[in-house]
Design a protein around this ligand. Structure first.
Ligand code: C5P
Ligand code: C5P
Ligand code: C5P
Ligand code: ZN
Length: 494
């Protein structure tokens, strides 16, 4: 059995075998949608394999965080959605016999490898667009099921072998049901481009479809198809800006009123997810027609349609049914120090987690919208090859990257240069988030190198992906960072 990503099969088997020989494990993961789904996948796979574990979340896996983990009494640490970039530090603990690391990650690895290290970048698979942390964790989960089953054959024994399930979800001997969370993680890490997931991600989608936990369809590519009333769906969708509808409450209402459809029920606007295909078709055609008549370029209009990833086992009209809305809900918990709530949601709404997550979501949305307005109003400073802004303490450092990415393309904020965002982290340090586009990456942009090199040049550290990366530097080094970053980006794009 080679698993969903054959290139990773040997490493996955080695990681799984080691975990199955372990008494107990610390599971350490990252605080965002991909990190949470990674943890949820790993947690369920460990539960089903009857391996006891404890979970911890870190905003950033720095030297202090690794030291704290090393001081626990566990012999094995399973890192998900981070660990590769910190292998230099982790390796020192490994050498000293403090713990054995098992890593399922997709970030740019530090200059060192280890035996139980699962990372697509080691095998020529792009960690920014073809496999997420949750995807790497899923590959591990599939191998765990395979190995704990005691058979190396292609079939999975119905009695489940050594696997004992204690999870809230219906256990499946092969862990394919966990593909749904892997898709949410990939979408949350913005790995979809041109409207759909690619590469190894696509193979995970296919396994999810087979297992009945994922459905794909070509659909309107707007955010909020499950939960937003129709006028809000259209008004708030600004990625493809349609004059007279986007950011225009009355315009969106008039547009819908003019269609010959019954779009209200009991006086309430219906949602996209509850429409019939004919109704969807009518609205989509009218929207495209309007965009054309208002001069929206064809390349933009194409972006109105894409592949929707739906989780059919989740209730219609909830955030959980749409991979994109699910991932936003998770960011709304983890990026506000409530990773426990997000994990509870992923594990099947444990302890009323969903209601609490929704409260956090309202706050997150408010913060995103205020942040985007602020950046757009105050504008960015353009250097030759990069553009930047400093949010001080006006935007939380954990979401300044999301805001920067969403603001790109707004008035005065270019999509043909990467954006650098600064936000206060504490009295002494500044958090940096950088965002590019897949288009710039094709031209040679690698922000993980930019964030890493430019931050180390000023006494900080950082890393990430080609299209999105981050760093922390001592306060006062912002200008020097921009200057160095501008040079590196210039070299990459020349
Ligand atoms: O640490 P991790 O890999 O999980 O985080 C990746 C981050 O990069 C996500 O927060 C996502 O918002 C961001 N990203 C982006 N644009 C892309 C790809 C990723 O903003 N095209
Ligand atoms: O839909 P898209 O992939 O552009 O969304 C990226 C992220 O931006 C979402 O996961 C969510 O965090 C946020 N978002 C949002 N409201 C929107 C569009 C995006 O909260 N209208
Ligand atoms: O924090 P932000 O969303 O901007 O992070 C973008 C990407 O950069 C994430 O994948 C994150 O894990 C990575 N990053 C990093 N080292 C840092 C900060 C962020 O590798 N110091
Ligand atoms: Zn990730």
């Amino acid at each position: 059995m080679t698993g969903p990503v054959p290139e990773l099969a040997d490493r996955a088997t080695a990681c799984a075998e080691h975990l199955l020989e372990t008494d107990r494990v610390v599971l350490a993961s990252h605080i965002d949608a991909d990190g949470l789904t990674s943890a949820a996948i790993a947690a369920q796979a460990l539960e089903r394999a009857a391996i006891p574990f404890e979970t911890v979340f870190e905003k950033q896996l720095d030297a202090d965080a690794i030291e704290a983990i090393a001081e626990t009494e566990y012999d094995t640490v399973l890192f998900t959605d981070f660990g590769s970039g910190q292998l230099d530090v982790i390796g020192e603990y490994e050498d000293a016999g403090a713990f054995t690391p098992v890593i399922a990650d997709h970030h740019q690895p530090a200059n060192r490898d280890t035996e139980y290290h699962l990372n697509p970048l080691l095998f020529g698979i792009d960690g920014a667009s073809e496999l997420s942390g949750a995807g790497a964790s899923y590959v591990l989960a599939r191998a765990l099921a395979e190995e704990s089953d005691g058979s190396d054959g292609a079939t999975v024994a119905a009695d489940g072998g050594a696997a004992v399930a204690t999870g809230a979800t219906e256990p499946r001997a092969d862990n394919r049901d966990l593909a749904a969370l892997a898709v949410v993680g990939a979408v949350g890490d913005m790995q979809a481009s041109g409207g759909e997931l690619h590469g190894a991600n696509e193979r995970i989608v296919a396994e999810g479809v087979d297992a009945g936990v994922v459905e794909t369809s070509t659909d309107l590519a707007l955010y909020g198809k499950q939960t937003r009333p129709l006028p809000k769906l259209l008004e708030y969708a600004t990625d493809v800006y349609i004059p007279g509808i986007s950011n225009d409450e009355n315009g969106a209402l008039r547009f819908l009123d003019d269609l010959d459809l019954e779009l209200k029920r009991d006086g309430e606007w219906r949602r996209w997810s509850g429409l019939t295909s004919d109704e969807k078709q009518t609205i989509a055609s009218a929207l495209v027609k309007r965009a054309v008549s208002r001069g929206v370029p064809a390349t933009k209009i194409e972006q109105l349609v894409g592949t929707a990833y739906v989780l059919p086992e989740e209730p219609v009209g909830t955030e959980l049914r749409d991979a994109s809305e699910f991932s936003t809900l998770l960011n709304a918990t983890a990026r506000y120090e409530r990773a426990d709530v997000g994990l509870g949601v992923c594990l099947g709404d444990r302890d009323g987690a969903l209601e609490r997550a929704r409260t956090l979501l309202r706050n997150h949305r408010r913060n995103l919208s205020t942040g985007i307005d602020l950046v757009t109003r105050e504008g960015v400073t353009h250097e030759e090859n990069v553009q930047w802004f400093h949010a001080g303490d006006e935007i939380r450092e954990t979401i300044v990257g999301i805001v920067a990415g969403m603001a790109m393309g707004n008035e005065g904020i270019s999509r043909s240069k990467p954006i650098i965002a600064f936000a206060a982290k504490n009295d002494d340090e500044v958090k940096i988030s950088t965002r590019g586009t897949h288009n710039l990456v094709r031209q040679g942009l690698d922000l993980s190198v930019v964030a890493g090199e430019a931050s180390r040049a000023v006494g900080g550290d950082g890393g990430g992906h080609n299209v999105a990366a981050g760093a922390t530097v001592p306060k006062g080094n912002e200008d020097a960072f921009v200057e160095r970053a501008d040079e590196i980006v210039g070299e990459q794009l020349s």
